[in-house]
Design a protein around this ligand. Structure first.
Ligand code: NAD
Length: 260
């Protein structure tokens, strides 16, 4: 379905980004993966993508907290792939604290990666997409792009910002073949959430598995984690022809979190 398309997925050495890269690749797209981690493990993932799905996969290392590095990363990706059709702005980090205790450098880092990198990546990608009259920008926001939670000021502010940026990107490109939408996941059991589960288990002196259930019961009525693969499926849908007229909106996969 996406055969021959060129996709860039930020923060895709782990968790949701890696699963999105795998689903796009399984639909035939060539991919650039990016993010931190063990070099040998990343190379193994890259080779697996090529062998399993018969596509081209590249790894480009870039610290997307820097504006210049983010813009250069998009241009380097276009050089490697030979084009750019799909950009998934996924890289993100988390920190939890009350506002008055929130370390300034953590606030700055979360805004830089979770919000500003989406802006810089989008700005660098749009000229290529507009020129060819087709493009898909998929922003991985969060249920926290739609509602708030205590202790997550920077994250909630950044993700609400991403939802706003998604709308502006959609409006500025309406009718030119480039769409922009945000996926809003609830809890997904990736390293980002595992940290919160472990912290909760320590705080409540309960097992990690009980803490996982506790975390879900606070927010996610289904009491089940969203899987990275399900989010990959949503990204494939947004990249498909069925989503041609879908732009500037949010797609929630949150087990009912934002329904109440
Ligand atoms: P993760 O920690 O498993 O993966 C994050 C990825 O980003 C990794 O590949 C990491 O190497 C990369 N990364 C971190 N800092 C980077 C930097 N400075 N430059 C480039 N890459 C960097 O996290 P995840 O849970 O897969 O989160 C992915 C996205 O999904 C994030 O935007 C997150 O906010 C969002 N999200 C996650 C959940 C969840 O429950 N896990 C829910 C809603 C939204």
């Amino acid at each position: 379905m996406l055969t021959g398309k060129h996709a860039v997925i930020t923060g895709s050495t782990s968790g949701i980004g890696l699963a999105i890269a795998r689903e796009l690749a399984s639909s035939g797209a060539n991919v650039v993966i990016n993010g931190f981690g063990d070099a040998a493990a990343i190379e193994k993932e890259r080779v697996n993508l090529e062998l399993e799905f018969d596509i081209k996969a590249y790894y480009i290392n870039a610290d997307l907290m820097q504006a210049g590095a983010t813009r250069a990363f998009i241009n380097d990706s276009v050089q490697a792939l030979g084009g750019l059709d799909i950009l998934v702005n996924n890289a993100g980090i988390q920190h939890t604290d009350l506002i008055e205790d929130f370390p300034i450098e953590r606030w700055d880092a979360i805004i830089a990666l979770n919000l500003s990198a989406v802006f810089h990546g989008t700005a660098a990608a749009l000229p290529y997409m507009k020129k060819q009259g087709w493009g898909r920008i998929i922003n991985i926001a969060s249920a926290h792009g739609l509602v708030g939670s205590v202790n997550k000021s920077a994250y909630v502010a950044a993700k609400h910002g991403v939802v706003g940026l998604t709308k502006v990107t959609a409006l500025e490109n309406a009718g030119n073949g480039v769409t922009c939408n945000a996926i809003c996941p609830g809890f997904v059991r990736t390293p980002l959430v595992e940290k919160q589960i472990v912290a909760l288990s320590q705080k409540l002196s309960i097992s990690v598995e009980d803490a996982a259930k506790e975390l879900l019961s606070e927010k996610q009525p289904s009491l089940q984690f969203v899987t990275p693969k399900q989010l990959g499926g949503a990204a494939v849908f947004l990249a498909s022809e069925a989503a041609d007229q879908m732009s500037g909106t949010t797609l929630s996969l949150d087990g009912g979190w934002t329904a109440r």
